[in-house]
Design a binder for this molecule. Structure first.
Ligand SMILES: [Zn+2]
Length: 383
């Protein structure tokens, strides 16, 4: 049956849905959810300079509270296909593992939630006080412009409300039950270009070398740690990721020098405040520079409360482990959803995500299905 987590995970992996392609993945979900009684809304969003992306919002029940599961069917590139030991889109089972792109991140978790919903609806005879919904996008691994944020706008326009959301990202680094995420760090990308005047290396007085000034400016922003971290966040970090001059000769002073950097920041900062600090620091050097900033997400944090407790209880009930509640790692679509309702993230083991031979343990698919079922049971206590 397609509402079995393994069968559904395999069917989804067989859809080559590398962002922004859908590869038929949402149609498979729509069919499985339709059979369970969900009303499905498919939405294709587009924006200038981006590819069209397909999304799905499915809901069963009309009454509040509305429990939402959020995820993405798009996957990252397979990289060098020859280095895989199997076809990345064949969903092969080798030993006790399911292999394929998206197995961990995060088609496996979507399949588990659908299977858990099927069991829950079966047990409750479809009479339960509330609604279950799924918000599934095809634009999480890409620019995330035509995905979750747009679906949430649409939901707002339709008067759809959410009362709690679980995002199925692979939050466990090594074993199932290790980590629930209750927030994420923000991310800022910066490109600093310093202008000079080209000239002969033997006549520096007739040129203006931008390289020493670029190095001074980078030194200014890396001299001190950004903060010490907080109870739920590790310290913010500024990482210089590239320094480029593009000069291949010894006797020419270049016209320009460029550096790129990324800041992962906790909730003691905002993107705006960091940009102000960067500009003030660079202004203090009296250099002619250009700074391009892109904030791909602000940091956010849902204080541990009823919702994270509910998820933690389900996780420890099934795995026997006490999950850590933290905010490590990259960004996720939870950054959009947190404006609407309490949000936590829990999914499969991420050790192989985005890698060659991405895989999940078959027993983890079964355990995660049971965890999601317990979350639903806890969210809708039987009267
Ligand atoms: Zn993911």
């Amino acid at each position: 049956m397609i509402t079995d987590s393994l069968d559904l995970a395999r069917a989804l992996i067989r859809c080559p849905s590398v962002t922004p392609e859908d590869g038929g993945a949402l149609a498979i979900l729509e069919e499985a959810l339709g059979k369970l009684g969900f009303t499905c809304h498919r939405m294709t969003f587009s924006a200038p300079g981006t590819s069209d992306v397909e999304n799905l919002y499915a809901r069963i029940g009309d009454a509040p509270p509305n429990f939402c599961f959020a995820g993405h069917t798009d996957v990252v590139q397979v990289g060098d296909a020859k280095s895989w030991s199997v076809d990345p889109f064949a969903a092969e089972i080798v030993g006790n593992r399911l292999l394929g792109r998206g197995a961990a991140d995060m088609k496996g978790a979507i399949a588990c939630f659908v299977a858990a919903s099927a069991r829950f609806l079966d047990q409750r005879d479809e009479n339960f006080p509330g609604s279950i919904s799924l918000l599934i996008t095809g634009d999480e691994e890409g620019p995330a412009v035509n995905g979750t944020a747009r679906v949430l706008d649409w939901m707002k326009d339709c008067g759809e409300t959410l009362d709690g959301c679980l995002v199925g990202e692979p939050t466990n680094p090594e074993y199932l039950g290790e980590t629930i995420k209750i927030g994420r760090r923000g991310s800022l990308n910066g490109r600093l270009t310093v202008m000079g005047t080209q000239g002969h290396a033997a006549y520096p007085q007739r040129a203006d070398n931008p390289i020493p000034r670029l190095l001074r400016m980078l030194d200014l922003i890396t001299a001190k740690p950004l903060d010490e971290g907080t109870e739920h966040f590790q310290p913010s970090n500024l990482e210089i990721t590239s320094v480029d001059v593009g000069n291949h000769v010894h006797n020419v002073i270049p016209t320009r020098a460029e550096a790129r950097f990324n800041i992962r920041f906790n909730d003691t900062h905002s993107g705006d405040e960091l940009e102000r600090w960067l500009r003030e620091s660079f202004d203090s050097t009296d250099s002619d520079y250009q700074l391009d900033i892109e904030v791909s997400g602000e940091s956010f944090f849902t204080p541990p409360g009823d919702f994270s407790k509910l998820v933690a209880n389900a996780v420890s009930g099934v795995t026997g482990k006490t999950p850590a509640l933290n905010t490590s790692g990259g960004t996720s679509d939870a950054r959009f959803i947190r404006h609407f309702c309490p949000v936590a993230e829990f999914g499969l083991v991420g050790a192989t995500m985005h890698k060659t031979d991405e895989s999940v343990a078959l027993e983890d698919l079964e355990a995660l299905t049971e965890i999601y079922l317990r979350v639903l049971d806890g969210f809708f206590p039987a009267s």
